[in-house]
Design a protein around this ligand. Structure first.
Ligand code: NAD
Length: 445
């Protein structure tokens, strides 16, 4: 069951697996052309794919209001001046001039450009979350169906070899019938403070609730692996720690204001950004190579990234548990946890004939019938720069499938089309309603 001709046994008894190239892939004679809306972190993830594989993807336009980002992106991709815009709306004032639109704008700016792009006949690579409300998600789905355009949602974990293997094994019956799943998303405490306390997603109303913004991937993977419709969902959790009442005595509005506890605070902005030089992408430093310390210090004095984690206007829960009942009474419990020293995902799948335990590095399967345990690891050569892109390789593997889908005009190249992706978003909306109103929600598709 676990073996295939693409597997080999290693000295430590682990079995190497290789995720085969999608058999539907064809030679691409002409690169797919795309316009990126939002040249921030994610816009650059897909932009970097184009830079690395120019025969597959050519970025021919950009919309980005931050001039330094716009300039850097245009230079990197040799974008003509007349194809550079300071906001997404301007792109659509011109007749269609590329095959696809890449939507990597902030969460609240997905819906309008996506609807406009569909109306104008573009195929779309749409960052998750699809949109901040259920109605908007359904509107995008309806218009995608009406226009027949491809909308690929960036549920990138579906393309990571680790999760592809997990899905394949479960579908083959490696643990018998799936009875339940336990899935953990450890955000890692510094990532939490950076993105959901100080950073872009600290306010759920201005962006999207954390169950959508961060964990739509996880609900999506759980649903994908179980492969049955979600029926009921309940959720609990809140913002317990990053609150004003927990601010230590002697702490100040900013870490740079002479905070008395800064040296012992695990969330010190001075330590993370200034001393350890982590997560500096948000600062648009003048020259990434030099990372001038005085420029970083200036950012800590003037942006949210230097503010005390206990004194923000944040409202995203820092712990969130969700229970889901799927068809045939398969159940799943999901925990999103801010307070971990590690990141990645951990999954335990309990089946009638065996179980599977995974940590995004290895998958361990135990067969109850034989007691035999099998450890699976990805093939070493596959963990190269291509498969090593973010999200366990999923970022660029999705980009690769998207390019194929657009080039061949065949959405079957993708596992995360809008039709496939919307259910986990509805689950997230229902979880949030359950959490806020303290009731079990039915999930109606
Ligand atoms: N798939 C994933 O795993 C994943 C990971 C992180 C973020 N995301 C999602 O990707 C999206 C972008 O996130 P990011 O981390 O790149 O954020 P970012 O802030 O780095 O990038 C967003 C960019 O959009 C630009 N922008 C703002 N208004 C605009 C406008 N009117 N027109 C054009 N551009 C505009 C911003 O200036 C910024 O450069 C978000 O929706 C986020 O939730 C997805």
């Amino acid at each position: 069951m676990l073996g295939s001709n693409t597997m080999a046994r290693l000295a430590n008894d682990a079995i190497e697996y290789e995720v085969p190239v999608n058999p539907l892939h064809k030679r691409i004679d002409k690169p797919v052309t795309a316009i990126t809306l939002g040249a921030g972190s994610r816009g650059n993830v897909y932009g970097n794919f184009a830079e690395k594989f120019p025969t597959l993807l050519d970025i021919v336009g950009v919309a980005e209001p931050i001039s330094l980002r716009n300039e850097r992106y245009a230079t990197k991709h040799k974008i003509a001046d007349n194809n550079r815009f300071n906001t997404w709306e301007r792109v659509f004032e011109r007749p269609k001039f590329a095959d696809a639109i890449i939507i990597t704008t902030p969460d609240a700016l997905h819906y309008a450009p996506c609807m406009k792009a569909l109306e104008m006949g573009y195929d779309i690579l749409l960052e998750k979350p699809i949109a901040p409300t259920e109605k908007e998600c359904r509107n995008i789905l309806a218009l995608a169906k009406k226009t027949g355009r491809i909308v690929a949602v960036c549920h990138v974990l579906r393309y990571a070899p680790y999760f592809v293997k997990m899905k394949e094994l479960i579908a083959q019956g490696a643990v018998g019938e799936v009875i339940s799943i336990q899935h953990l998303e450890p955000i890692e405490h510094m990532h939490m403070s950076h993105s959901y306390v100080r950073g872009n997603w600290h306010n759920s109303k201005a962006t999207t609730p954390i169950i959508l913004a961060k964990s739509c991937h996880d609900l999506d993977i759980i649903k994908w692996v179980i492969n049955k419709p979600a029926k009921q969902i309940s959720a609990m959790g809140d913002l317990k720690w990053f609150r004003k009442e927990n601010a230590p005595q002697g702490s100040t509005a900013r870490c740079t204001d002479g905070c008395a506890v800064e040296r012992t605070c695990p969330y010190s902005a001075i330590k993370m950004y200034y001393e350890q030089r982590q997560r500096l992408g948000v600062f648009d430093l003048p020259d990434d190579k030099t990372k001038h310390p005085e420029a970083i210090m200036e950012k800590l004095k003037t942006t949210n990234y230097g503010r005390c984690v206990y004194r923000m206007e944040n409202d995203q829960p820092d712990h969130y548990i969700t229970n889901i009942r799927f068809g045939d009474n398969v159940t799943a419990s999901f925990s999103m946890e801010a307070f971990t020293s590690y990141a990645g995902r951990r999954t335990r799948i309990m089946g009638s004939m065996g179980d599977m335990v995974g940590d995004m590095t290895e998958l361990v399967i135990t067969d109850f019938r034989t007691g035999k345990q099998t450890k699976l690891v990805p093939k070493a050569e596959d963990v190269d720069e291509y498969r090593n892109s973010g999200h366990g390789g999923g970022d660029w593997l999705l980009a690769n499938d998207f390019v194929q889908a657009v080039s061949q005009q065949n959405p079957k190249l993708l596992t995360s089309t809008i039709d496939e992706s919307i259910e986990s978003h509805i689950m997230a909306f229902m979880a949030e309603e359950s959490r806020k109103n303290n009731k079990v929600m039915g999930v109606v598709m």
